[in-house]
Design a protein around this ligand. Structure first.
Ligand SMILES: Cc1cc2nc3c(=O)[nH]c(=O)nc-3n(C[C@H](O)[C@H](O)[C@H](O)COP(=O)(O)OP(=O)(O)OC[C@H]3O[C@@H](n4cnc5c(N)ncnc54)[C@H](O)[C@@H]3O)c2cc1C
Length: 356
């Protein structure tokens, strides 16, 4: 399996398998689809989006993963305008600041440096919209986790994918001219190892991604934000508290339900130390830290703690994507370049442009 395989005969239209429907996989798949190639996208989750995720509550939605995105690359501006006009809005994060563990400002007004963008009515609306042409083309297989790649049983120049569907189904999908993995780095390592391709991608072993415990809190009894709501008058802050790295008032984002809701992200170190804890214990500890930083001591009516095992890249690959032309195997994702939504977009786009 690790031997180099002969390349398929070049043809104008090829069949690409894209594994993962986060923003990297969607940017990649849409570009190939628009270029006239046949694309089949496999997504383990029942919805597209990956870490652009939304959690619903009786009191309104929460951006459980990415809180906002930057738009520095002109191609991202173009893609947002073409694929999802009006969906991205500026979030007045009310001058994101850095606070110490007692809620004192240690650095002010970070947000004056650049705009924070969010999708409306929630972050997952963006990948959902971007997935629409793929859904219309019947090219998106949701709830289908790829477990292994192997040479196509009928044509060894091509790939087949072993998958785990709902229940006991293990369908094999064959006939792909190329496979593009748009999954988190650890998942890519696992898939390559299961396929006898460990070590096929130089530098992949060194990519490091931190976990993140995220706590979501709703205070439906608080007054409306902006009209004397609970706690501080800012909407988002970074924190040097040993447990908490980021806090945001979800209800201050455009297009959201106005009921007071907060998202609290634990620091990478604390999340790593507490990966084995249950949600109840984590909720109690992060709630205490939240009160220390914000001064809000009220009990929330609704809480939810989520652990992202692969949240934020600490050590990226250092190149925008991987393309092994001999194997017809590619990799993309935020971890190639950094830790942001925009990194994922650029990585997926550039991989697609390199293979069209
Ligand atoms: C808590 C948190 C906060 C964040 N905050 C910000 C922020 O404020 N701003 C910002 O710019 N970025 C932020 N990020 C990072 C941002 O969310 C990511 O950079 C970006 O969403 C990554 O996109 P991706 O497509 O590379 O990967 P993902 O979004 O992880 O997508 C990968 C997809 O692959 C699927 N998959 C995995 N394995 C398989 C398999 N075997 N078969 C099929 N499918 C599979 C997954 O289900 C997933 O949908 C945050 C992330 C987290 C977790």
């Amino acid at each position: 399996m690790s031997a180099r395989r002969p390349r398929p005969t070049p043809r104008s239209s090829r069949h690409f398998a894209v594994v993962g429907a986060g923003i990297a996989g969607l940017a990649c798949a849409r570009t190939l689809h628009q270029a006239g190639h046949r694309v089949t996208v496999f997504e383990a989750d029942t919805q597209p989006g990956g870490r652009l995720a939304t959690e619903d509550s009786p009191f309104g939605s929460f951006d459980a993963g990415a809180q906002y995105f930057t738009v520095r690359d002109a191609r991202f501006t173009q893609a947002l305008e073409a694929a999802s006009p009006g969906l991205a809005r500026r979030w007045s994060a009310n001058a994101v600041r850095v606070l110490d563990e007692h809620g004192r400002v240690v650095e002010a007004a970070l947000s004056t440096r650049e705009s924070h963008w969010v999708a409306v009515p929630h972050m997952q609306a963006l990948p959902q919209r971007w997935a629409e042409p793929l859904v219309a083309a019947g090219a998106l297989h949701l709830g289908t986790a790829v477990t292994r790649l192997s040479p196509d049983a009928l044509d060894a120049r091509r790939w087949q994918l072993h998958t785990q569907g709902v229940g006991d189904e293990h369908p094999v999908h064959a006939g792909f001219d190329a496979v593009l993995l748009a999954v988190p780095a650890a998942r890519a390592r696992g898939l390559l190892a299961a396929s006898g391709l460990s070590g096929a991608v130089e530098g992949l072993a060194k990519v490091e991604v931190a976990p993140c415990w995220t706590l979501m809190l709703a205070f439906p009894n608080a007054a409306q934000p902006g009209l004397g709501g609970l706690g501080p008058q800012w909407n988002a802050a970074r924190s040097t508290h040993h447990r908490v790295a980021w806090l945001a008032r979800e209800s201050s984002k455009p297009g959201r339900e106005r009921i007071d809701r907060w998202t609290v992200q634990a620091s990478a170190d604390w999340s790593r130390e507490h990966q084995g804890d249950d949600g109840q214990r984590v909720t109690a500890k992060l709630l205490k830290a939240f009160a220390e930083v914000t001064g809000i001591h009220a009990q929330p009516s609704w809480t939810q703690a989520v652990l992202w095992r692969q949240a934020q890249t600490l050590q990226p690959l250092g190149r925008p994507f991987v393309w092994d032309a001999d194997r017809s195997l590619g990799l993309c994702g935020d971890w190639c370049l950094g830790h942001r939504v925009e990194d994922a977009f650029v990585s997926g786009l550039e991989l697609a442009l390199s293979v069209v």
